[in-house]
Design a protein around this ligand. Structure first.
Ligand SMILES: *[C@@H]1O[C@H](CO)[C@@H](O)[C@H](O)[C@H]1NC(C)=O
Ligand SMILES: *[C@@H]1O[C@H](CO)[C@@H](O)[C@H](O)[C@H]1NC(C)=O
Ligand SMILES: *[C@@H]1O[C@H](CO)[C@@H](O)[C@H](O)[C@H]1NC(C)=O
Ligand SMILES: *[C@@H]1O[C@H](CO)[C@@H](O)[C@H](O)[C@H]1NC(C)=O
Ligand SMILES: *[C@@H]1O[C@H](CO)[C@@H](O)[C@H](O)[C@H]1NC(C)=O
Ligand SMILES: *[C@@H]1O[C@H](CO)[C@@H](O)[C@H](O)[C@H]1NC(C)=O
Ligand SMILES: *[C@@H]1O[C@H](CO)[C@@H](O)[C@H](O)[C@H]1NC(C)=O
Length: 446
C-alpha cells in the first residue's frame, strides 16, 4: 500500500508486532518501551531535515486537518500583557516555545491528550516552581492567578498556540492557585514533608520503570497526604466535608509537590520527570470517545454472516474514531481492547478486527497512519517543512482482539521479563504537516 517500505523494515515491524503481542499477554511492557526509547534516540541523532524518500508520495488531502489559511506559526505577534503578573517567565522561555508548537493553532485539539496539554501543564508547574525561588510561594492567590494565566496564554498565542487552550486543556485560574491544599509556603512545605528523600526519589526517574513501579509517583502521593493532613485539626474533625474532600485535597496537594520539585530541579530535568509522570497516566487510558456500537452489532452480531456488510460498518465506525485524536502506540492498544470488549458485551463474538483487517494505527487520526511513541514527545517546528513529529509502528499491525484473561492480566507484573531484543535500526517515520496545513507527508528513512 505504502511504497518505499523496505523488507527489513517489515521484519522490524513484525518484531515490534510480536513484542506488542507479548506485551498485551504478559503485561510487561518494559522491552517494548526500551525499543521505543531507542527509536527516539535514533531519530534525535539525525538532523531534523530528513531526506524525502522518492517513493514516499504525498498522502491525499487531509480535509480534517485542512483549516482555512492562517498566520504561519513562525510569525510572532505582540502579546498584550497585564503587567501585573510577577511570575518569572524568562525561566521557562524555551519551554514555552516548545509548548506553543505542541499546541499549534490548527492541531491543538488533535494533539491535546498526547502532547499539548501535558506539555502545557508541565510548563505551568515549572513556571510557578521556578518563580517560588524568589517568592517562597508554591501557589498564586486568586487575583494574581487570573492575570498570570492571561499573560501565559497571551505569550503562547503570540508564538502560534491555539487561542482556545482554556477549553482544550481545561485550564482555569484555579490551576495556578493552591486549590484546597493547606500548604503553599516553601518553608512550611519543607518542614512538613521529608523533602530530601522526596528529591532523592523524584529528582530523576526511569521513564519506563516508573510507570510500573511508581516509585516517584508513590513518594509524591505520600508527601501530598502529609500536606493534606494539615487541614484537619481537631476542631474541624466533625466537619462532614472533611472526608468527602480528602481526595480532592490530596490531588491539589500533589500539584504543590510537583511545583516544589520543579523549584529544585533545572527546568529540563523537571520536564523529564513531570512529563514522564503524566505519560504513565496517559498511556493507561484510551483517550477516544466511542460512539454507540449498535450499527456494528446489527451488521456483525452473532448470526450475521454478510462479511462485506459487517466490514463496511466497522470501517464507517472506525472513521468516526479517526476524527478525534492522535494516540500513542500503547493508547491504541488500550483503544483496541476497549472497543473489542464493548463489542463482545454486545454479542459480537467474532474477531471483527481480524475479519476486517483493522490495525492499531486505524485508531489514530485519519490518513496520518501515525501512532506516537509511548514516551513523552514534542512536535518539531521545521521552518521549511512545517510542523512534524516522530511516529512509531506505522505499518499494519493488527489490532489485537481482547480476551477476558488478557484484560485481567493487564496490571503490571514485575516478575515477567521479556528477553532483550535487538533494537530496531531502521524504519523511522516522521509526519510532516506542510506550512499550508493541507498536506501530510510521511518521510521514511532506511
Ligand atoms: C509572516 O511573516 C512573513 C515573512 O515575514 C510575511 O510574509 C507574512 O505576511 C507574515 N504573516 C502574517 C500573518 O503576518
Ligand atoms: C483552535 O482550536 C479550536 C478547537 O479545536 C479550533 O476550532 C480552532 O479553529 C483553532 N484555532 C485556529 C486558529 O486554528
Ligand atoms: C486544571 O485543573 C483541572 C481541574 O483540576 C484539571 O482537570 C486540568 O487538567 C488542569 N489543567 C491544566 C492545564 O493543568
Ligand atoms: C495576591 O498576591 C500578590 C503578590 O503576592 C499581592 O500583592 C496581593 O495583594 C495579593 N492579593 C490578594 C487579594 O491577596
Ligand atoms: C451483503 O451486503 C452487501 C452490502 O450491504 C450487499 O450488497 C450484498 O447483497 C449482501 N450479500 C448478501 C448475500 O446478502
Ligand atoms: C450508524 O448508522 C447510521 C445509518 O447508516 C449512520 O447515520 C450513523 O452515522 C452510524 N453511526 C456510526 C457511529 O457509525
Ligand atoms: C446478547 O445475547 C444474550 C443471549 O442471547 C441476550 O440475552 C442479550 O440481550 C444480548 N445482548 C445484546 C446487547 O444484544
Amino acid at each position: 500500500m505504502r511504497g518505499g517500505v523496505s523488507e527489513s523494515f517489515r521484519l522490524d515491524l513484525l518484531l515490534v508486532a510480536f513484542i506488542l503481542f507479548l506485551c498485551l499477554q504478559e503485561s510487561s511492557c518494559s522491552s517494548l518501551n526500551n525499543l521505543k526509547g531507542s527509536l527516539i534516540m535514533d531519530i534525535k541523532e539525525d538532523s531534523l531535515l530528513l531526506e524525502t524518500s522518492p517513493t514516499a508520495a504525498p498522502q491525499p488531502l487531509l480535509p480534517l486537518l485542512a483549516p482555512s489559511p492562517l498566520a504561519p506559526f513562525t510569525n510572532s505577534t505582540s502579546p498584550k500583557l497585564s503587567g501585573l503578573c510577577t511570575l518569572n517567565f524568562a525561566a521557562v522561555k524555551s519551554m514555552m516555545a516548545v509548548t506553543s508548537i505542541d499546541c499549534v493553532a490548527p492541531f491543538a485539539e488533535y494533539l491535546a491528550n498526547v502532547m499539548c496539554c501535558p506539555q502545557l501543564e508541565t510548563t505551568l508547574v515549572i513556571l510557578i516552581g521556578q518563580s517560588s525561588k524568589h517568592s517562597n510561594m508554591l501557589a498564586l492567590n486568586g487575583s494574581l492567578a487570573k492575570h498570570c494565566l492571561s499573560d501565559f496564554q497571551q505569550l503562547l498565542v503570540s508564538q502560534g498556540a491555539n487561542d482556545t487552550l482554556q477549553q482544550i486543556c481545561s485550564l482555569h485560574p484555579e490551576n495556578l492557585t493552591e486549590g484546597s491544599c493547606p500548604v503553599k509556603d516553601v518553608h512550611e512545605f519543607e518542614s512538613t514533608v521529608d523533602s530530601s528523600s522526596l528529591l532523592d526519589t523524584c529528582g530523576k526517574i526511569d521513564l519506563v520503570n516508573e510507570c510500573c513501579e511508581e516509585t516517584c509517583g508513590n513518594a509524591i502521593t505520600e508527601a501530598a497526604k502529609k500536606l493534606a493532613l494539615k487541614a484537619y485539626d481537631i476542631s474541624r474533625m466533625d466537619d462532614p466535608h472533611v472526608l468527602s474532600d480528602h481526595t480532592t485535597r490530596v490531588n491539589d496537594c500533589k500539584r504543590i509537590v510537583h511545583r516544589w520539585l520543579a523549584s529544585k530541579l533545572e527546568p529540563a530535568g523537571a520536564k523529564h520527570v513531570l512529563r514522564g509522570l503524566s505519560n504513565c497516566k496517559n498511556n493507561k487510558v484510551c483517550p477516544l470517545v466511542f460512539p454507540n456500537v449498535k450499527n456494528i452489532t446489527k451488521a456483525c452480531g452473532d448470526g450475521m454472516n454478510n462479511q462485506t456488510r459487517c466490514c463496511n460498518t466497522v470501517e464507517r465506525y472506525v472513521s468516526h474514531l479517526q476524527r478525534q485524536s492522535f494516540v500513542t502506540n500503547l493508547q491504541a492498544l488500550d483503544c483496541a481492547a476497549s472497543l473489542g470488549l464493548k463489542l463482545q458485551k454486545d454479542n459480537v463474538s467474532k474477531n471483527v478486527y481480524n475479519l476486517c483487517h483493522i490495525s492499531l494505527k486505524d485508531f489514530s487520526v485519519q490518513v496520518s497512519g501515525c501512532l506516537l511513541s509511548s514516551l513523552p514527545s514534542d512536535a518539531i517546528l521545521d521552518k521549511t517543512l512545517g510542523i512534524g513529529f516522530v511516529c512509531d509502528l506505522n505499518d499494519n499491525i493488527p489490532a489485537p482482539w481482547p480476551s477476558m484473561s488478557q484484560l485481567q492480566a493487564s496490571s503490571c507484573k514485575k516478575s515477567v521479563r521479556i528477553p532483550a531484543l535487538p533494537a530496531v535500526a531502521s524504519g523511522q517515520i516522521r509526519l510532516i504537516i506542510d506550512t499550508d496545513f493541507s498536506l501530510i507527508r510521511q518521510v521514511l528513512k532506511d
